[in-house]
Design a protein. Sequence first.
Length: 597
Amino acid sequence: MRGYRQAFEAARYAATRGPHPQEEAPQDDPTPSCLATALLLLWAHGGISATAVQHLALQAVLDGVHHQEVTELAGLGTFGAHKSNIGRDIMRLMELENIKIPKPVSMSVPMRDTRTNKVQETVVHCYEPDLLLQGIAAYDDFELQMRTDLVEGFWESVHEDDPKWMYFAMEFDMPNDDLRRTIPLFLHGDKVNYESDDSTMVWHVGSLLSQGQSLISGHMLASIPAKATVSGNDNDTWLPIWQEKIVPGFRRCMQGRCADGSLIHPAGWKFVIWVLTGDHEHFSNCLGMPHWSSKQFCWECHADKGGPITGLTFINGTSGCQRRDVTDEVEGRRSQHPVFTLPGVTRHSIAHDALHVLFNKGVLAHVLGSALHSWCWPRIGRQAHRPEAILANIWQRIKELYAQHAVAGTRLANLHLKMFVDPNAPFRQPPFLKTKAGETKHLLPIVACIAHERDDGSPEAGRLCIVLDAMVALTKLFDEAAMVPSATDSQQAKSYMKTFLTEAQWLRDFAAAQDRKLWHIVPKFHMAEHMVEQFEHLNCSAVWTFKSEDFVGRVAKVAHSVSFGVAARLLSQKIMAKYRVLLHLLYTRKVNDDCDE
């Protein structure tokens, strides 16, 4: 048996000249190495370091693996002797693969040095949408990932009275033949923590029709740490990026050609932004829409917290607010953000996101929190059973119903009082259930079953059952309806929401009469009403951000993996360089879906 040094020398020889003379020459294998693919994807996703890639590849070579890709990885950094060079060597190695994704463009913008707090010109990297899409179009999977086979059917199903279509047809004269070659896009923005004390703003775009995993369905335009950005009249980090790179790129996407006149795709595909997605903080802080805490908080209607119609009181299931008509945007955009200078992009392009309106810190967080509170504290003062014991019984029943209903989605791991109330002061604040969006979505029908089991015939219990049943039916309709729902589905959705808001208002008034802080109504109840109005023209499940939230979470891992020792104002250069390699690997390396996490 040969010793370690002999094996090491054999590995070095195999990496540079082929197998050692004493070793049997391996068969030529043009297929990519599964091991190398897994290591590279783990590294590109931010799962392991470049040093770990080299170390694991070297161990494989020492065990007798002679695939060329593995030996090349084993030889990085002079076989690990110079660890600081391994990351650089991987990037150089990847360049030999003929990456078709273009390199990000660079530009100088004002940014803050987080160490000195001074604002200075700094080079950032980002993508122009037309160049990014042109690079993606060079790969074989472009039409499959963009679902170009669904484009013609999508435009045929769009309603003529859809405000998005009305503005688009009014501001951009596109022949019907071109429309059949036009892919509708979503544009999503969100901040995500890549470190405990800093977040990065991520903008990405993708086909509205795509059904693939998040990193294939969406494509990142830019990612810049929040601490390093500045805003204001004199200095602004994002404004020049939008005005000089992103918006002009989207204008070229609408024409189907890049700045040099070349086609984005050989078949002549064009691209238009159809929806803007994100949460309400994003719509307010980035897109310039009214904030939920302001008096006039809604961009869809004239609701005014300080006026006679607040938008937060529902009579017969409606807020009674006067909607803003189409001419409101024709006369002038509600926001000055550069994206609204694009033809057809208006406030109507903003999609109310069911993930945030209903599931994550949304309407259901208040409803389910109040339901649990009313069961644990059926009355104020002393009671026969301790709240902890009641909740333990409820949790046991939840687990049983999870199994009976074969809930395959995200489940709660546990349920404690502190998840919806302060156990030391349970009546001080309205209850609010703190769960993830997926957990809330799959918990809803389970809690509805428990509500029926615990129905004691009281008016409050009966109304709670109606509230939960209406929301269960609505979310089921979102899952089952077509991308552009039928008239019947649209009317059904409005009926469910009307029932929900009517009974939620009754429960709120009932609790107020008893001086109990339950069944709290917040601006998201109002937005839920508008969300169902949008459902008439586009299914909420087509624009909810489950996939986009996953995308920005993955980008956060990439950002974290390249952030060590890098100033925040320079981080975009590292993020975009690694993301380019990741995107190339996703388009060229076919692996099991579970292997690229």
